[in-house]
Design a binder for this molecule. Structure first.
Ligand code: PGA
Length: 249
């Protein structure tokens, strides 16, 4: 079901003590909201974060996982390992995973299938690079990312998927897509899903925007009709700023 969501992606920031400070403060000041609050710390903080927040309306999620159930994959983490520390949801397809760790649509398709098989929910990221936007191929690219990794799914699987549109040129650059640019793409994504599946499926999906979301621009983005919240990197690391983002949704 379509929900408003504010999700923090901490990337490779915050050790255990820093994560603990953040959660202690957040719990104390947690604003009331109907939106879902999701936070993705590093693997080493997952269990502690889960334990610290389990009584509160905050869901701890993972930034990544491997597509195989288990095996000789040094340095990797499986769905079952995540579930064993209370994690029920994983971010897949982030542009940094695609760019720096060679994750292709085919890898991501396999990861999506493994996550669903393990009853995990997914935040799936899509989005174009600057050169693709300049060449006006951004709609086509996003459509391919959806088709290649997600359109093998059954209609029912979509209830476990949240999408995050993150134009790569706006991630960590301070340059945000304008609310109109973001809305235009979110609407396109919903239409693409409606065409391939149906309107009910398309209207049931939460689509988050990501890319330099901050307290000063959040409201304008989140108030767009097809934007259901944000996936936030930099501005989620500071607890006061994250609280402002929760209030903006
Ligand atoms: P940013 O990152 O908010 O720092 O631009 C967003 C993301 O990568 O999810």
């Amino acid at each position: 079901m379509r929900k408003n969501i504010i999700a923090a992606n901490w990337k490779m920031y915050k050790n255990l003590a820093e994560a603990n400070d953040f959660f202690t403060f957040l719990i104390e000041k947690l604003p009331k909201t109907k939106a879902e609050i999701l936070i993705a710390p590093s693997f080493t903080s997952l269990w502690h974060a889960f334990e610290t927040t389990r009584e509160y309306p905050v869901e701890i999620i993972a930034q990544n996982m491997h597509q195989e159930e288990q095996g000789a994959f040094t340095g990797e983490i499986s769905a079952a390992m995540l579930k064993s520390v209370g994690i029920q949801r994983v971010i897949l397809g982030h542009s940094e995973r695609r760019e720096y760790f060679g994750e292709t649509d085919a890898t991501l398709k396999a990861k999506v299938e493994t996550a669903l098989k393990n009853d995990m929910k997914i935040i799936f990221c899509i989005g174009e690079k600057l050169e693709q936007r300049k060449a006006n191929t951004h709609f086509e690219l996003v459509q391919h990312q959806l088709q290649n990794a997600l359109f093998q799914l059954d209609k029912n699987d979509w209830q476990h998927i949240v999408l995050a549109y993150e134009p790569v040129w706006a991630i960590g650059t301070g340059e945000t897509a304008s609310p109109e640019q973001a809305q235009e793409m979110h609407q396109f994504i919903r239409k693409t899903i409606a065409n391939y599946y149906d309107l009910e499926t398309a209207n049931g999906i939460s689509i988050l925007y990501g890319g330099s979301v901050k307290p000063t621009n959040a409201q304008a983005l989140f108030s767009q009709p097809d934007i259901d919240g944000g996936l936030v990197g930099g501005a989620s690391l500071d607890v006061d700023s994250f609280i402002e983002l929760i209030k903006a949704i």
